[in-house]
Design a protein around this ligand. Sequence first.
Ligand SMILES: NC(=O)c1ccc[n+]([C@@H]2O[C@H](COP(=O)([O-])OP(=O)(O)OC[C@H]3O[C@@H](n4cnc5c(N)ncnc54)[C@H](OP(=O)(O)O)[C@@H]3O)[C@@H](O)[C@H]2O)c1
Length: 376
Amino acid sequence: MSSNTDRRDFLKLTAAASGALGLGIHLAGCSPVSPRAQVKAGSLLILGGTGFIGPYQVRSALDDGHEVTIFNRGNNPGMFEGVEELRGDRNGDFESLRGRKWDVVIDNSTARPDWVTLSTEFLRDSVGLYYYVSSRSAYASHSTVPMTSAVPSFTYETAGVDQATADITQLPYGLAKAESEREVMRVFPDRHGIFRPGLIIGPDDPTDRFTYWPVRIHRGGEVLSPGDGTDPVQIIDVRDLGDFMSHSIGSAHTGIFNLIGPATPRPMAELLYGIRAVTTAETTFTWVSREFLADRGVRPYAEMPVWRPPTPGSEGFARFDLSNEIAHGLTFRSLADTTEATLEFHFSRTPERQTQMRPGLSAEREAELLAEWHAR
Ligand SMILES: NC(=O)c1ccc[n+]([C@@H]2O[C@H](COP(=O)([O-])OP(=O)(O)OC[C@H]3O[C@@H](n4cnc5c(N)ncnc54)[C@H](OP(=O)(O)O)[C@@H]3O)[C@@H](O)[C@H]2O)c1
């Protein structure tokens, strides 16, 4: 979004659209979403709330009738109507939370286990359930197929980090997530929810990882496509994540949940063809072998976003068994819906930002590689 005002209008529009979809009304350009199950309304505190995923947690929670309070330093004030805003700092200033009670807290802290220690200790008697947004990166290994939450997460030992000398504020991302989870489980042994998303995509995603593909396919022409099209992919729309967390609040879910989708991993080709189906561009796909790409330093996930071909030890990366999560209410928007919302978001950004895609190949590099591939 180009400004806070645009973002506020967009969030209101999204709320109106999702409300209409919930009633089964089909809006032009939107694919229908399964109606959400009724949940019990409760009070929710979100530590964060104004970044990428936070606003969608707020939106879903308001739609479900929860009372929402957000806590942050106030860098983006006034984003929502009907939401209480409390100021403070994760580094230890929680005074504005003192004496208050909530049914559930959602903690969106990224990679600071010390922040989680401070907030879990402070909120021990103030919240019923502690929900922590962790990550698929908290797994020590993705070698199991299918992956389930029964697979143990990182320990310092498996990550090769010396516990005695490690700086807790500077741990590698996956280890920081696992350590944060451990803090939540220590202080809230029977009252925690650990949510482990994979790649979160959709409107407002600042990372451009999934966005690369809709934008590239929308541009048309010959698209360099990685592998042979069969490599599995799993992703989650930020709105599905918000919906599941809100549903969990109403149902008082506890435990560990992998948040990724769809239920059956889709092959990369299906992802790209599915994106093409919602554009009008004349686009063809040229599938380029992973060996060719590796030889030229084209890295999976970075220059070829979303795609990570299975390698020994990572076979389960995009093969999560989601039967437990689906039984607890996880639903998936259609790829068409996600693609449309992502393109709408992308083209609402400033022209300058639109040209500064973060991951992926530049048009020039892609053309060079395709020429080399055809000439080999
Ligand atoms: N993107 C992905 O694909 C992906 C995948 C798996 C997991 N995740 C996880 O998803 C979460 C993403 O979170 P998000 O950034 O979108 O969350 P968010 O809650 O929407 O935004 C971050 C919030 O933290 C607040 N904040 C930052 N520093 C603070 C401080 N010192 N004290 C108080 N508040 C502070 C910010 O507000 P102020 O600046 O106003 O303080 C902002 O509201 C992370 O935990 C990440 O690890 C992401």
